[in-house]
Write a protein that binds this ligand. Sequence first.
Ligand code: ADP
Length: 382
Amino acid sequence: MISRDHLIDFFIIKIKEVLPLEKMAVFVYSNASGKRKLLHKRGDAEDFIALSSISRENGSILARKKAVQTEENMDFSEENLLVEEGLDLIIPLSFQTSDLAGFITFGKKMSGERFSRDDLELLCTMVGELTLNLERIKLQEEVIYERAEKEKLDELNRLKTEFISNVSHELRTPMSSIRGLTEVLQEGKIKDKVKQDELLGLMASESGRLSRFLHNIFDFGKIESQVKTYHFQRQELKPIIEEVVELFRPRLEKEGFLLKVNLPQSSIFLKMDRDAIKQALTNLLDNAIKYSSDNREIDIELIETKENVQIRVRDKGIGIAPEEQEKIFDKFYRHPEASKLEPEGVGLGLKITKHIMDAHQGEVGVESQPKKGSTFSLIFPK
Ligand code: ADP
């Protein structure tokens, strides 16, 4: 598709070929929702501010009396402005079907002669062509924009449907395993204390999973309706990390993970919402576990640089392709491979984590390579 700038430049060259002029310029602006915004200023561009009051709807040509050989269809009311700007003519651009507006300014003819009726007719015909083509481009742009919007909407609808099916799965699985375990224990057939404790531990872990999941869904609702609030207090970071790690330790051991935690000796204090940061770290650890394949190793470290403080969670799992790395923060987004490999999850964890870090004026960093693993970081500015 030819750009508007190219079209206008081509138009200026053509006019100057057939009618050599000292100068000429084209101004196109958009009048969307009553606000005038300059879109294009091409040619020997005059000062738009001085001319911006020009807007003629009736299609007449603003001219300097002495510059034209005819008075037909001429408007001489802006004579002073034209003299001030060193111009002979201004032709307003009148668009029929869009919110575009504009005008073209013309200096003297190189020959020093006045503009004849033929000259003016030629200019008006060419200006008519230009406006038609500018409108056509605008229309094409709108069609492209609408198509892109529709595709986005279709994708969001698809993701929502998938989300609902994921939510029911996510609720059903722990619920039925809790019910199953309760029944087994109630029957009283299991007498072995160690075995009993193991089943109780499983129940606790399933309830934990359920409550983390509901917490995320609940928060997502608050984020979407813009009522999620944070309560900031100066806090020491290390105990928060230790607390989350301890919550995960039984699960990590059970699932055969090697966990390394590397925290500095010194204490680091930051202003933060303690629960929110626990939730953000929980989401990252949850993902590190879910998206690890055979290489079950997770490293957690807390580092302090000159600019920031980072909590880094590294896994050696399936990794994320570079082109996916931006999408993973979108709501409901799940990589197709992720949902195949790991049915758990609804695609909200990272969206919520990002919201939490935005509220802390921080960010969520991601470094990842497919099949090698990922490092997600909660980065707090100092
Ligand atoms: P969920 O885990 O419920 O799908 P998230 O918002 O937490 O939702 O993550 C979105 C997507 O990002 C996941 O579906 C997965 O494709 C990708 N992802 C997140 N964390 C990791 C990780 N540690 N390793 C590989 N992929 C990840």
